[in-house]
Ligand binder design. Structure first.
Ligand code: C2O
Ligand code: CU
Length: 498
């Protein structure tokens, strides 16, 4: 079966079809960089930190002078950042004022199943009456508002939350339902990494705009929908020609000449990035990686460029004191083309005191564990009911079946093979990447991950530990169009009976 790829960019690096914007784009590096606002708890008590979020439609200015309708957590894109401390539970009450059901998933969270955002655990909008009869595979349904409870029993890490409704995650995230959730812990605080306004969350997304300022997305585009053979190319994934950092097109950030922590998040539907500084700082290689999806690496790794597939995070430190005052430093995307070849720019304002450091040792090395089971999963293109789709071991997603039943307290090795670029993501458990092809892990595979960037024709092995929380979780491709076109499976964790 041929993969119906229409590649807007260089074939080897792109993962979808490019949509172009139909209005003039602003010149890069003219809009100020901004960090999404931090959400204030409505209540803090011995049960934890309590938050309230309303999901609603809003019109915001993304391109200068243009009003763009979005769906946002509290009506903004990105949504507000939640900052938590390890061991302090968080309760978020989401109220749904959107015209569609939603599901909230804390990506990277070690979360009990009922709160993990299973794709059929729908939260219906306020005012929508309960459905007269339920589908046999309906999940746990809520109406108007519901609580999501997160124990936050995990190490410091850069997490994010986003929509996860079955079949509609791609368009919902594209319209704006994505935000950061950062976790701090005392062990990380003691390292004295750059903090405060030198700790910058950087959410990178690509989008395309219609002439009237609305976001273009294939199923929302009347000229494309219901036209057989025209929507098919987007099955590979949707790419836009505008790069947004925290919702701002190609921003400019003024930074003092000091070390900064950049929490890079690829929240794009399908685009992969290879990020590098231009020019390189004095002494070369400017990106000192300290963390990944699940938290800190055991020790820093120095890169000239870092690759980031959808869903992945990479925490790097950049020392701007290695540049001159006034110097402009561009964050380039080496996988990009024309408008997507640059992401943002930093401008070094001047000397500054810098109490931060980058210790040689960041976190304890993981304990190795005996393998309790080995499982094989093939991620590949298929034809489902005469339409292009994506499957795992030939099966499209079905909430009614479980593709794996690991026991809690065990570690399994999963062998993943891929016909294309598939960023494979597991809920609940972080994993270590053991190998790629006949080699060891790749240069970006260090540390605790929840998403692995599988490349065409590749086999990789990962070791996943299932520590606690019995229940039903998903694993899937984080190319959101692939996910919506059924490249998702269920695993069910069971308590050990012995
Ligand atoms: Cu970021 Cu299952 O998703
Ligand atoms: Cu995929």
């Amino acid at each position: 079966v041929g993969v119906p790829l229409v590649s807007g960019l260089r074939g080897a690096t792109s993962t979808g079809a490019l949509l172009s914007s139909r209005l003039p784009l602003p010149p890069p590096f003219t809009r100020p960089f901004r960090v999404p606002p931090v959400l204030t708890p409505t209540r803090r008590d011995e049960s934890g930190d309590h938050y309230e979020i309303t999901q609603r439609a809003a019109r915001v200015e993304i391109l200068p002078g243009v009003r763009t309708p979005i769906w946002g957590y509290n009506g903004i894109f990105p949504g507000p950042t939640i900052i938590s401390s390890r061991g302090r539970p968080v309760v978020v009450t989401h109220r749904n004022e959107l015209p569609v059901p939603v599901v909230v998933h804390l990506h990277g969270g070690h979360t009990p199943a009922a709160h993990d955002g299973f794709p059929t655990d729908l939260l219906y909008p306020v005012g929508m009456p309960p459905a007269p009869h339920n589908h046999p595979h309906a999940g746990a349904l809520s109406y108007g508002a519901r609580e999501y409870r997160y124990p936050i029993d995990q190490s410091a890490a850069t997490l994010w939350y986003h929509d996860h409704r079955m079949d509609f995650t791609g368009p919902a995230v594209w319209r704006g339902l994505a935000a950061f959730h950062l976790i701090h812990d005392p062990a990380e605080d003691r390292l004295r990494l750059p903090a405060g306004d030198r700790d910058l969350p950087i959410m990178i997304t690509d989008r395309a705009f219609a002439a009237n300022g609305t976001l273009r997305y294939p199923s929302l585009d009347p000229t494309l929908s219901h036209t057989p053979g025209v929507t098919a190319p987007y099955a590979a994934g949707v790419l836009g020609d505008v790069l947004l950092v925290n919702g701002v097109p190609w921003p400019l950030a003024d930074v003092p000449a000091a070390r900064h922590r950049l929490r890079l998040l690829n929240a794009s539907n399908a685009r992969r990035y290879r990020l590098a500084l231009d020019p390189l700082p004095r002494g070369g290689s400017g990106l000192i990686q300290i963390g990944t999806d699940g938290g800190l690496l055991t020790e820093p790794v120095v890169h000239e460029a870092v690759e980031l597939a959808p869903g992945q995070r990479c925490d790097v430190i950049v020392d701007f004191s290695r540049y001159r005052t006034g110097q402009q430093v561009t964050l380039r995307n080496e996988f990009g083309d024309r408008t997507t070849a640059v992401v943002m720019r930093f401008r070094v304002t001047g000397p500054a005191a810098d109490p931060s450091r980058i210790p040689d040792s960041l976190a304890p090395a993981p304990a190795s564990a005996r393998t309790a089971a080995v499982r094989d999963f093939h991620f590949r293109h298929d034809t489902l009911h005469g339409r292009p789709g994506w499957t795992i071991n030939g099966n499209p997603f079905s909430p009614a079946q479980s593709n794996a039943d690991p026991l809690l307290g065990t570690t399994e090795v999963w062998r993943l093979t891929s016909d294309f670029h598939h960023p494979v993501h597991l809920h609940l458990g972080h994993f270590r990447i053991l190998s790629r092809g006949i080699g060891g892990p790749g240069p970006y595979d260090h540390g605790p991950r929840d998403t692995i960037d599988l490349r065409p024709g590749e086999q990789a092995t990962i070791a996943v530990s299932f520590t606690d929380y019995a229940g039903r979780y998903v694993f899937h491709c984080h190319n959101l169009e692939h996910e919506d076109m059924a490249m998702m499976g269920v695993f069910t964790t069971h308590p050990r009976t012995d």
